[in-house]
Design a protein around this ligand. Sequence first.
Ligand SMILES: Cc1cc2nc3c(=O)[nH]c(=O)nc-3n(C[C@H](O)[C@H](O)[C@H](O)COP(=O)(O)O)c2cc1C
Length: 315
Amino acid sequence: MRFDLAPLEGVTDFTFRTALCRFFPGADRCYSPFIAANQTCSMKTREKKDVAPEHNSGVLLVPQILTNRADVFVWAAKEMAERGWTTVNLNLGCPSATVFTHGKGAGFLSDPSRLDAFFESVFETVPDGIRVSVKTRIGIEDAKEAPALLEVFNRYPLDELIVHPRLRKDFYKGKPDLDAYRLFYEGCRGNLTYNGDIFSAADLEALLHVFPRTCRVMIGRGAIRNPAVFRMLRGGAGPDAGELMRFHDEVLAGRMEDLQGFANTAGKMKEQWFYMGSLFEHADRYLKAVKKARTLEAYRAAVRALFENCRLAAC
Ligand SMILES: Cc1cc2nc3c(=O)[nH]c(=O)nc-3n(C[C@H](O)[C@H](O)[C@H](O)COP(=O)(O)O)c2cc1C
């Protein structure tokens, strides 16, 4: 079974990924949050830094690109190949309004014929040796959109099709639509990866019960909540408080250096706690203090209090 870390914009930056792979090995590959490759074929400094090989040591990275232009995608794919990353992923899932209204991310799913033309052009021009994969939702408003999308995906030699079985209108609410996923499970001609709401070995077991041929799973929030999830899915131990604290401290220190201070680091750490908080029992008041911390000292004290006073929940 292959397990990959999903991209989470704002959380799974290079600091998080390298610390995860060092403290909790088990993810086969890590996806970068999307790089919004723009029409002038340039990347932001932050995006360049995030995919730089020297910032991803110990990580097998799959950079993700957000665009609806084949020429821009191919440009970005070459940029990634120059850095040594030979698989590049297209984001067809981002539900956010700004992305969606520009016909990118999940917005690109609205027009399967345009998507078809995009892939035709990409596969005509992308250099040999660069593999192209796709991460998609099952549609925008209705799962009935899925067959037309699968038909397009099946026409091209995708390295992999990662399906998050929610609609754009669902954002991350409700349950993944496993009935709609069956269409991909039965009809996808290439490698298929499942993504969505896998938080524990029991969740994986339930998925395998319904889809026994599953051999690739991508995990996002489950790995932010519990960084040991990949190890556990491989039959290993759950997290212990000590290693979790060392992992947290490494991420904090890395971001403090990268983002030059607590003001820029705080938001990312607090977003991480939004997921990781539920790993601790009876932690509400301690998490509140973490959220309220305005200085590095206050933040550190709040985190220390949480680790000292709250037990890890069974996971
Ligand atoms: C805060 C946040 C940021 C995300 N950023 C990205 C992104 O940059 N690219 C992407 O393909 N998906 C992104 N996603 C979606 C996740 O990769 C994943 O598909 C989703 O969370 C479902 O998987 P999970 O249940 O394992 O978390 C994001 C999700 C969240 C909650």
